[in-house]
Design a protein around this ligand. Structure first.
Ligand code: HQG
Length: 182
């Protein structure tokens, strides 16, 4: 992705996941804001974004390796990653048998004791396959640990799962009974 689009993507993620108020915006219950409002807010933020166009926001979606944002009916939202105080409503869904979580050795130790927690985000984030989990873990460590989550079993016992995008699943806290360590 072009360099200026990377910066734009990071700001979009910050606004749509963590702090819409910093840009005078409010997410609706499902995390949407109007594309026009987001564009107007970004244009004011930096002088070199003064002529930003809707096409630039759409280029972020098209050129990114990860599916982070969704556009529909003139609105945009982040698929996952939220930390805003009001929990965004996600669509509950039945997960595949197994999902994966990529993390650090230190966190894996803690997770073995107390299970997977959302930490600073609203939901626990899980990967649909091991390769994706590896990429997630490598953001934080050169010694990635991939945990296997028995998602279907956890769901059958009351843990809720939600659709993020095709590669990312979201969940409520997952007790360690459903997690395979090594
Ligand atoms: C760990 C990125 C201690 C957890 C990625 C992780 C993903 C615990 C960290 C998405 C714990 C939270 C989310 C416990 C979990 N004790 N540590 N009980 N339970 N942890 O960033 O899953 O590029 O909030 O293992 O690719 O790393 O931003 O979650 O290390 O898809 O689009 O606490 O964000 O996508 O870290 O990443 P995060 P994550 P983007």
């Amino acid at each position: 992705m072009e360099k200026h689009l990377v910066q734009l993507s990071k700001t979009m993620a910050y606004v749509l996941r963590h702090d819409p108020q910093s840009h005078g915006l409010t997410l609706d219950a499902e995390g949407w804001v109007s594309l026009k409002d987001l564009l107007a807010a970004l244009r004011q933020q930096r002088s070199y974004w003064a002529t930003l166009k809707e096409a630039d926001l759409l280029a972020v979606l098209e050129q990114s390796e990860k599916q982070r944002f969704e556009v529909h009916n003139g609105k945009i939202r982040a698929y996952y990653g939220h930390s805003v105080p009001t929990k965004v409503e996600k669509q509950p869904a039945t997960p595949p048998e197994i999902l994966y979580h990529g993390t650090t050795p230190q966190a894996a130790n803690l997770i073995e004791g107390r299970g997977l927690s959302p930490m600073k985000r609203q939901y626990v984030h899980l990967s649909a396959d091991e390769e994706t989990a590896l990429v997630v873990a490598r953001r934080r460590t050169n010694h990635p640990i991939i945990l296997k989550v028995h998602a279907r079993k956890a769901e059958a016992n009351g843990v809720r799962f939600y659709l993020g995008n095709d590669m990312v699943w979201l969940a409520e806290p997952i007790p360690s009974d459903y997690i395979q360590f090594g």
